[in-house]
Design a binder for this molecule. Structure first.
Ligand code: ADP
Length: 410
């Protein structure tokens, strides 16, 4: 006896046969019932559709030639209806022309059998398609379950990420305030006659100040990065003269340039048009780029800042291009994009340094992430180019910044 005869009522698969010929219908129904299928029958397309909708069979055997609405039409209807779309349909066709087979597949059928029916063939096809449907359903369930799991994990991660950002932002704010107080008082102390007259005290206070200022810089950088991450870094635009921006940076980096015997040459900056940009953020951007050029160029090297007004062929808005070039250690091609990610360092830097200008003295890896955040906040582009990393030939690096002259209109 066939195994399927032992199946319980709930596990029995339901098959709907739609055929206008009562004799065909009876023979096929008896045959399938003998194999423990639950068989439903309908004599025309309309009642076939209705039965399919409420009984939700596992498979439909559909005659092509029927009065009123034919099999193709019935199938198209079943496939267009949300509730019956997934039920596999096998056509029973007396026509052996390829034309009708193609039309059947186009209407959404999964297979066809030709009349007069070979019962064993019908059974084999039914089994195959029931199995296929079961596999598909399992797979869909699995995908749905995995998608749910992924969504939950993603929501969890987003919450954690938000909590982390909030924490960093609060901490950097909380720490910046007392640090600024220490910094202020230490500066006062440094100028106090009791200290200026005492060499050892001068040395000690000087070291406190260096440490405090480094901490403050890092805190400010972290604060900027969290603002960028949270999309809070919005430029306040006003007309800026690029030369003024670079002068401000130049004043700050002059001691480091002198210490490291580096020259900084500016070209084409004075003839640049004014641009609509943030007067606090822009000096910060070039400060990060120039400090990097200082850090990764050996003593005696040269840093060039080259400006150019450009009207790009495929862009309506003209831009100002500023390239910060150095003849330092250079960057390997695989790092050129990643260096703009926060905390990313190339591993080419040998040691962390407390100074801002020490050769190859890596920092916390935030400078370029901030630079990119500022440029993107202005609707511009930033990228790096280098022939590679080499501490003997010093191929150098070029950091390109494109800033729109006018704020981009969105
Ligand atoms: P930090 O300098 O604090 O490590 P940055 O985000 O400013 O972080 O830079 C990331 C990394 O990119 C640096 O660690 C360094 O490896 C590389 N880099 C940045 N600027 C230069 C440069 N001008 N020449 C060579 N390498 C550079």
């Amino acid at each position: 006896m066939d195994m399927e005869n032992h199946l319980s009522a709930e596990t029995k698969k339901k098959i709907l046969i739609v055929d206008d010929n009562p004799i065909n219908l009876r023979i096929l129904a008896d045959y399938l019932e003998a194999f423990s299928y639950r068989v439903l029958v309908a004599r025309d397309g309309r009642s076939g559709i209705e039965k399919a909708q409420y009984a939700q069979p596992d498979l439909i055997l559909l005659d092509v030639m029927m009065p009123d609405i034919d099999g193709f039409e019935t199938c198209r209807f079943l496939k267009a209806d949300e509730t019956t779309r997934a039920i596999p349909v096998i056509f029973m066709t007396a026509l052996s022309e390829t034309e009708s087979k193609v039309e059947g597949f186009e209407a959404g059928a999964v297979d066809y059998v030709t009349k007069p029916l070979q019962q064993r063939e019908v059974l084999a096809r039914i089994r195959t398609h029931l199995q296929l449907r079961e596999l598909t359903e399992n797979l869909e369930q699995l995908v749905e379950q995995r998608t749910d799991e992924l969504e939950t994990a993603y929501r969890h991660l987003s919450r954690l990420d938000k909590a982390k950002s909030d924490f960093i932002s609060i901490m950097s704010h909380e720490l910046r305030t007392p640090l600024a107080v220490i910094d202020g008082y230490t500066q006062l102390l440094q100028d106090n006659t009791a200290v200026t007259n005492d060499e050892e005290a001068q040395f000690l206070v000087g070291n406190i100040l260096t440490g405090t200022q480094r901490m403050l810089r890092t805190m400010n950088d972290i604060f900027d990065v969290t603002r960028i991450d949270n999309d809070f870094l919005r430029p306040y635009r006003e007309p800026l003269v690029m030369q003024d921006v670079l002068d401000e940076v130049y004043i700050k980096v002059t001691p480091a340039l002198q210490k490291r015997k580096l020259s900084l040459v500016r070209t084409g900056i004075e003839s640049l048009p004014r641009i609509q940009a943030d007067k606090v953020l822009l000096p910060k951007l070039f400060h990060h780029l120039i400090v990097n050029a200082i850090k990764y160029t050996p003593d005696g090297g040269q840093i060039r800042v080259v400006g150019q007004f450009r009207e790009l062929p495929d862009s309506a808005a003209p831009i100002v291009e500023i390239v910060v070039e150095d003849n330092g250690i250079g960057i390997e091609p695989q790092h050129l994009e990643l260096i703009f990610e926060k905390f990313y360092q190339t591993g080419q830097v040998n040691f962390h340094s407390s100074g801002t200008s020490t050769f190859k003295g890596g920092g916390p890896g935030l400078g370029l992430a901030i630079a990119r955040g500022i440029v993107q906040g202005h609707g511009g582009r930033i990228w790096a180019e280098s022939e590679g990393y080499d501490e003997e030939t010093y191929p150098g690096s070029r950091f390109f910044v494109w800033l729109p002259v006018e704020p981009p209109t969105i």
